[in-house]
Design a protein around this ligand. Structure first.
Ligand code: SF4
Length: 214
């Protein structure tokens, strides 16, 4: 553990500056909730601590934000590692058609299940976790049963999943297509959002300066 800690350069400003910057990005706009996955909970906790500390030392300025988790707070990448752009293992909201189906077909499953006739364990299968998010409850229950008695193959299970993801993301793709051909709408949304955020940030900073007397 010690070796691991010393192998990283903990003395750089990044170790302090990055989490503080993230906290500032949240509390500057007086957010009450932050939509995150479980991996980001420590970041939100640090943000909460910074907000609490400021409020205690100076004045109640910041709401202490709560993490907003979904019913599936953790989704792994297609290779079973943390989903990350740098691992090139993500399924993007923009993925569709052949690209989406290829990614789902490449997903890691229960590693103990070598052949179709081997019973599987959905509890340790990433494909099953995705089904939990994208498939109806009855389908999830059927797969849960069938997988354990080798009543369904992984290829079939993945094809079902790809179809479900595609179906669920269809409205997202429709809106993406619309906005990509109406770039002026995107600029308008950005500028309205930017105006609202700037107003809130200015007001917050006035309160901060007043509280710390600078
Ligand atoms: S059948 Fe589905 S849930 Fe079972 S191991 Fe294969 S991909 Fe996973």
């Amino acid at each position: 553990m010690q070796a691991e800690l010393t192998s990283k350069d903990l003395s750089t400003f990044g170790f302090l500056g990055y989490p503080v910057l993230q906290a500032a990005d949240i509390i500057m706009y007086k957010a009450y909730g932050v939509p995150v996955g479980v991996d980001q909970l420590p970041h939100v906790e640090l943000t909460r601590e910074i907000a609490r500390r400021f409020n205690f030392l100076y004045k109640e300025v910041f709401p202490v934000p709560e993490p907003l988790l979904t019913s599936v707070p953790k989704l792994l990448g297609i290779d079973g590692r943390k989903m990350s752009k740098s691992y090139d293992n993500s399924i993007y909201l923009s993925d569709r058609g052949k690209e989406l189906h290829q990614k789902v077909a490449a997903m890691f499953t229960d590693p103990q299940r070598m052949r179709k006739k081997d019973p599987g364990n959905p509890e340790i299968c990433n494909v099953f976790t995705f089904h939990g998010l994208y498939s109806p409850k009855e389908t999830v229950a059927e797969i849960n049963k069938a997988c354990r008695v080798a009543g369904i193959g992984c290829i079939e299970c993945k094809k079902m999943l790809a179809a479900r993801i595609e179906e669920a993301l269809a409205p997202v793709h429709e809106r993406m297509d619309y906005y990509l051909s109406h770039l002026q709408d995107i600029h308008y949304i950005f500028s309205v959002g930017n105006g609202r955020a700037t107003k809130i940030a200015r007001r917050t900073m006035e309160e901060v300066r007043e509280a710390v007397k600078v």
